[in-house]
Design a protein around this ligand. Structure first.
Ligand code: ATR
Length: 287
C-alpha cells in the first residue's frame, strides 16, 4: 500500500521498532474491514518521542500505537486519557482528533479477550494469579477486575510493588466484589488457580518467576505475556505441572484489534490474523 491522500495514516512508534508485527496485523485488519488506512513503523530516538509524534500529526497522522520505551511518554503527551489508560499509567494507543490527542491502553483488554474468546476461559468467578507488578502487570489489573473474577492475587519478586498495586486497585476490586490481595510468593493462596498470568519480564532472559507448584492444576490456564517460536520457560514449567499453557501472541493481536476499534469504530476479527501469525512464527523463513 502506498501513501495516498485517500488513506488515513497510522503508525507504531518505538525503539527498536523494525521487528514490530503491528504493520502486518493492521494491514490484515484494513484488508478484512475495507477501512482505508496506511500503517507504518516509526523509529524515534529514545529522547525524541514528542517531536516525532508532533511531526507525524502535523503531516496528517490520525493515530499511533506506542511500544517500548515510550508508553509513559505517551501517557504524559495525551490531552485526555481513558480510565483504563489512567489506571495503567501507560498509553499504547493515541488517537488524534479535533479536541486534541486521546490516550488509551488496549493491552489489558487484549489479554482478557485472548483468554476469554480465543482460549475460551471465562474470567467471571475465576481465581487469578498475576505474577509481576511492573508496567505490564499494572496495565491488566483493571480489565481483569471488570470481568468479575472471584480472586486476584498479585505476586512479585519485590513484594512492596505488588502491595502498592493492591492498594491502587482496592476500590475497583470492591466494586467488582473481587478478593484482591498480594505481596511475595507467600501471598499465594492454597488451592489451584484457574488462570496464572506471567507478567514479569523474566521470560526475556529465560528466568522463571517465583511461584508455588501447588497453584497449578490440570484445569489451570498458564498464560505468558511473552511469545516466541518456542514455548517460554514459564510455559514449559506449567506444562510439566499438568497445566494448559499459552503465550502472548494472541494478546498482541487482540490489543491491536482494540486499537483499530478505538481509531475506526470497527472491530476486526483477531482469530484469523492470529492463526496466520502463528504459522509465520513457526516458519520464520516465510515471514
Ligand atoms: P514491564 O513494563 O515489562 O512490566 P517493568 O516495569 O520493568 O517491565 O517490570 C518488570 C517486572 O518483571 C517486575 O515485576 C519485575 O520484578 P521486580 O519488581 O522485583 O523487579 C519482574 N521481573 C523481571 N525479571 C525477573 C526475574 N528474573 N524473576 C522474577 N521477576 C522478574
Amino acid at each position: 500500500m502506498t501513501a495516498s491522500a485517500s488513506f488515513d495514516r497510522y503508525a507504531v512508534i518505538g525503539n527498536p521498532v523494525g521487528h514490530s508485527k503491528s504493520p502486518f496485523i493492521h494491514g490484515r485488519f484494513a484488508a478484512q474491514t475495507g477501512e482505508p488506512i496506511e500503517y507504518v513503523p516509526l523509529l524515534a530516538p529514545v529522547d525524541a518521542f514528542v517531536p516525532h509524534v508532533r511531526a507525524f500529526i502535523e503531516a496528517g497522522g490520525r493515530g499511533l500505537n506506542v511500544t517500548v520505551p515510550f508508553k509513559l511518554d505517551a501517557h504524559a503527551f495525551a490531552d485526555t486519557l481513558s480510565p483504563r489508560a489512567a489506571a495503567a499509567g501507560a498509553v499504547n494507543t493515541l488517537r488524534v482528533g479535533a479536541d486534541g490527542v486521546y490516550g488509551d491502553n488496549t493491552d489489558g483488554f487484549g489479554l482478557v479477550r485472548d483468554i476469554e474468546v480465543n482460549l475460551g476461559v471465562s474470567l467471571k468467578g475465576a481465581r487469578i494469579l498475576l505474577l509481576g507488578a511492573g508496567g505490564a502487570a499494572r496495565g491488566v489489573v483493571l480489565p481483569m477486575l471488570e470481568r468479575g473474577p472471584h480472586t486476584v492475587t498479585i505476586v512479585n519478586r519485590t513484594s512492596a510493588k505488588a502491595e502498592a498495586l493492591v492498594d491502587q486497585f482496592a476500590p475497583a476490586a470492591r466494586d467488582a466484589a473481587c478478593r484482591l490481595s498480594g505481596g511475595s510468593a507467600r501471598a499465594i493462596e492454597a488451592g489451584v488457580y484457574d488462570v496464572i498470568v506471567n507478567a514479569t519480564a523474566g521470560s526475556l532472559d529465560a528466568a522463571l518467576p517465583e511461584c508455588d507448584d501447588r497453584a497449578f492444576g490440570s484445569g489451570t490456564l498458564a498464560y505468558d505475556m511473552m511469545y516466541g517460536a518456542q514455548p517460554t520457560v514459564f510455559m514449559e514449567y506449567a506444562s510439566k505441572l499438568g497445566a494448559r499453557s499459552a503465550d502472548g501472541l494472541g494478546m498482541l493481536v487482540e490489543q491491536a484489534a482494540e486499537s483499530f476499534h478505538v481509531w475506526r469504530g470497527v472491530r476486526p476479527s483477531g482469530a484469523p490474523v492470529l492463526a496466520e501469525l502463528r504459522a509465520l512464527l513457526a516458519a520464520p523463513s516465510r515471514a
